[in-house]
Design a protein around this ligand. Structure first.
Ligand SMILES: [Zn+2]
Length: 269
């Protein structure tokens, strides 16, 4: 019951936390951190990280609520810092994505094709997903090249989205991204690649009220002066957009029910 209340509060009642977002970035700047996109950090790391410098990788997954993402981008513009914004097909916003790139940040693809195909077909085991992998990869290729052509952006990095189906099947969307696809599409790094994440001293993800962070506030790591910090945020945790959240909650509910029905039908077939 308490979780339901926390969800309702976060989605519909929570006062905006954008001032807190600004303070977090200001704290990092005051402590001498360079604020990077995933791409700019990856490029900086290629010659080896400088132990005399501190790096903060600022990543946003735009699962919902482009309006709040835009507010976050304005704050970054004000402070002159970079970020990566990963958009799902349903949150694509071409003018905003181009603006992000013009500002020296990065906009790319938050992909979820394993979840998409699993939901469409009611796949309910790892083995079934693996059998459909050629089709899943073809869908990723087609979606990725569509977004790249639509935006005209380089999209050199991508980030995997986590859906309820991925949690259920225990398969992350990034499992689809093999070396052949990376080479073919010119993807230099995926946000969950071990080669990237192993460089992080500590990483943080935002979550629902009242905790706000998993597992503790990044301010602690900033004050401590950890060498490499990644902060992953989602717009919906920083400003409640009731209509956007209501629509998203309904969509998730419908998708959940449809998936269960398809999975039962597949089992019975
Ligand atoms: Zn996501």
């Amino acid at each position: 019951m308490r979780r339901v209340w926390h969800r309702i509060y976060s989605d519909f009642l929570m006062p905006p936390r954008l001032a807190e977002y600004r303070s977090l970035l200001e704290a990092a700047l005051n402590r001498g951190y360079e604020v990077h996109s995933v791409l700019s950090f990856w490029q900086a790391s290629r010659g080896g990280l400088d132990p005399g410098r501190r790096y903060l990788i600022n990543r946003h997954d735009v699962d919902t609520d482009v309006g709040t993402a835009l507010q976050m981008h304005r704050i970054e513009q004000d402070l002159g810092v970079r970020a990566s914004y990963y958009f799902r097909l349903r949150t694509l916003n071409v003018p905003f994505m181009r603006e992000i790139e013009r500002a020296g940040s990065e906009a790319s693809n938050h992909f979820e094709e394993i979840a998409t195909v699993s939901k469409q077909k009611g796949l309910c085991t790892r083995q079934q997903v693996e059998q459909h992998m050629p089709e899943i990869r073809a869908l990723f290729r087609s979606n990725f090249t569509y977004v790249r052509a639509l935006t005209g952006l380089p999209m050199l990095t991508v980030a995997s989205h986590g859906d309820f189906v991925n949690r259920r099947l225990r398969i992350a969307n990034h499992e689809l991204l093999n070396d052949d696809l990376r080479r073919e599409l010119g993807i230099v790094v995926e946000a969950y690649d071990e080669s990237l994440t192993s460089l992080f001293t500590e990483r943080f993800t935002d979550t629902l009220y009242p905790r706000f962070w998993r597992t503790y506030s990044p301010l602690v790591a900033i004050e401590r002066g950890d060498a490499v910090i990644q902060i992953l945020t989602h717009p919906r945790h920083w400003r409640s957009a009731p209509l956007v959240n209501l629509a998203d909650n309904l969509r998730r509910l419908t998708e959940g029910v449809t998936y269960e029905v398809r999975a039962v039908m597949r089992k019975g077939a």
